[in-house]
Design a protein around this ligand. Structure first.
Ligand SMILES: C[S@@+](CC[C@H](N)C(=O)[O-])C[C@H]1O[C@@H](n2cnc3c(N)ncnc32)[C@H](O)[C@@H]1O
Length: 212
């Protein structure tokens, strides 16, 4: 059984022509594009949605695998990849059921992949497991302050504090990594109709230490 928001919700959300989170990649990946290009050849995007980050990394020349529970999201990922004339390998899977690769990728990017607090730590273990030693882990999402911004601006994210990040404790949810960058604060999102307006965000980059 899946954990978090069910597949049907995501298939309905993505089953329309509009890219509901936009087609531009996360600002975090844009900001790190030079470092990524210089150091990474392979990337895994769990919960890739409609593919904006996967396609961007493929455009940087990386060999990208994008995983999601939503067939509709993956179809749009492939459509965007075709439009941009790049290849992305898509895998339809529930992240809690998937046979996760081990020490395979130079980069893992989890963008707005909000899950309940209880299941996050085991999931985060899979993210680091999938990285090669020294691989980079990118994370972007909403903090619990977003509950107020949802009420005021309807700017996105699950309306459940248990699924949102806490800046002070985010690093505790990962093992075998060192933080390279961690920023949280308020920014105006312009990422399609579901990420639009002032929002409480966290952006973090970690480097994997060791080989677990
Ligand atoms: C808020 S969207 C973010 C999509 C994308 N990362 C982005 O930022 O545009 C959350 C994504 O998580 C996916 N998802 C939710 N639960 C999942 C699960 N158990 N396994 C795989 N994907 C899941 C959804 O299908 C959806 O694409």
């Amino acid at each position: 059984m899946s954990q978090g928001i069910p597949k049907e919700f995501w298939d309905t959300r993505f089953g329309q022509d509009e890219y509901v989170y936009g087609t531009r990649a996360s600002r975090l990946l844009h900001a790190w594009a030079d470092t990524i290009s210089a150091n990474c050849r392979t990337a895994l995007i769990p919960a890739c949605g409609e593919g904006r980050d996967a396609v961007f990394l493929a455009q940087l020349g990386l060999d990208v695998t994008a995983v999601d529970i939503s067939a509709e999201g993956l179809a749009k990922t492939q459509k965007l990849a075709q439009e941009k004339q790049v290849n992305v390998t898509t895998v339809e899977a529930d992240l809690f059921q998937w046979e996760w690769p081990v020490a395979t990728f130079d980069l893992v990017a989890t963008m707005f992949g909000h899950m309940p607090h209880d299941v996050r730590k085991p999931l985060h273990k899979f993210y680091t497991q999938a990285l090669k030693p020294d691989g980079l882990l990118f994370l972007e999402g909403f903090t619990q302050d977003q509950i107020d911004f949802q009420k005021k601006y309807n700017s996105g994210g699950p309306p459940d504090a248990n699924m949102l990040y806490v800046a002070d404790t985010l690093a505790d949810e990962f093992e075998n990594v060192v933080p390279l960058s961690m920023m949280s604060g308020v920014e105006t999102l312009e990422e399609g109709s579901f990420h639009s307006g002032p929002a409480a965000l966290i952006r973090a980059v970690f480097r994997k230490t060791g080989n677990k």
